[in-house]
Ligand binder design. Sequence first.
Ligand code: ZN
Length: 180
Amino acid sequence: MPTTNVLLPHDIDLDKCIALNSSYTQARVDLAELPRLQESCVRIEGEVLADISFENDLNSMRLIHGHVVADVVLICQRCGNEYVEHLDLNFSLTPDLERAKAYNLESKYDFFDAADASKIDLYNLIEDGLILEIPTYPKHDEDSPECELAGSDWSYGEIEKSESDNPFAALAALKGQLKE
Ligand SMILES: [Zn+2]
């Protein structure tokens, strides 16, 4: 079946999108315009698809609602092999921090910086969100038969993980290596 997904626009005019009640369903995100996400993984597998809608809510906060899914190839920290991590990003963001402060609504919302609401970089928001969805310690699911250490030596992988968690431990290990 040929793909019919529209391409998600890079920049949007928030007020216009709200006024027109715009929305995007399963819109394709141009992978070439996600350079930071590309750098954060081995590669992006398949399409990145986004559902985006806009709202002026009951508090007159301008909101961008998004659901974005992406499959990225990462290196498993247990077995060292590539695996596919499914990223599932949901967000509701508003640029209206001052308004929220004035009405004591800060804790209700998540904010993003927008100097100019008529030109909001949608890709930047999506890219930030997807990068945050990437696990700090990428690894296969524990019961994955594809993970070569599965069932054999889990504790080894766990020790590696906690050591790399501590930069001083890593430094100490490096110094130890240099002495040898
Ligand atoms: Zn693995």
